[in-house]
Ligand binder design. Structure first.
Ligand code: MN
Length: 240
């Protein structure tokens, strides 16, 4: 290697190292949050939810929430490096872009994990079923209340099963991408189950028949996940 080539190589290495150092904080800020892969193939939830809806819902809608959340976080140094859960409790004081896209990211991640292949969702744990019977009368009555909350949500939003600070289960719904963890929610609590009632969640397959989507959705609810969340929420509640 000639002296000229060596010098040129060293200069380029120096320039590259400088570029990496300069760009590192930007790069870190721009990738605070990433789209988690679906925990199952796109067609796993058929026939309740079709593969095309899942591809668009996860790959386009959820990706957009992640990208827009990262942009909103990058614009405000005080928000960087914080877990999403930490932002939920003070969402009323944060920009709308953080509320809408932070909620969008959290809600969808929670939603994907709440579902599994039809027939593989099992049943509520003994403890969860006892709590559902105590607070709603029966599993069927809970399902009716949850369905009614989804149907009654005008426009876009979510229906939820939550555990309140008093340990009781409650069905509630939120508009847009709000959720029960946010300080501005009417009913605050720990979410155990949430269903997306935005038209983008069901329109390709069900068009205006939101009720049919809500009915079919029970076949893909993963009760083992919901039961684990319930047990965790009670443990945290008991430690308070
Ligand atoms: Mn959605």
């Amino acid at each position: 290697m000639s002296a000229h080539v060596r010098q040129s190589f060293a200069l380029r290495a120096f320039a590259l190292a400088t570029l990496i150092l300069v760009c590192a904080p930007l790069r870190a800020a721009a990738s605070d949050f990433t789209l988690p892969p679906l925990p199952y193939p796109h067609d796993a939830l058929e026939p309740a939810i079709d593969a095309r809806t899942m591809q668009i819902h996860h790959g386009k809608h959820h990706q957009a929430y992640v990208d827009n959340l990262n942009r909103a976080i990058a614009a405000d140094a005080t928000l960087r490096g914080q877990p999403l859960e930490a932002l939920m409790g003070r969402m009323s004081k944060l920009p709308d872009a953080v509320r809408n896209n932070g909620g969008g990211h959290w809600n969808h991640d929670f939603f994907w994990q709440s579902m599994t292949r039809p027939g593989q969702g099992g049943a509520p744990s003994t403890s969860l079923l006892a709590a559902i019977e105590r607070d709603f009368g029966s599993l069927d009555k809970f399902k009716s209340a949850f369905r009614a909350a989804g149907l009654a949500r005008f426009g876009s939003g979510w229906s939820w099963l939550i555990v309140g600070a008093d340990g009781k289960l409650k069905v509630t719904s939120t508009p847009n991408q709000d959720n029960p963890l946010m300080d501005l929610a009417t009913d605050r609590g720990t979410p155990l189950l949430g269903n997306d009632v935005w038209e983008h969640a069901y329109y390709l397959q069900y068009q205006n028949r939101r009720g049919d989507y809500l009915d079919a959705w029970w076949t893909v609810v993963d009760w083992s996940v919901v039961s684990r969340r319930h047990a965790a929420a009670l443990t945290v509640g008991a430690a308070r």
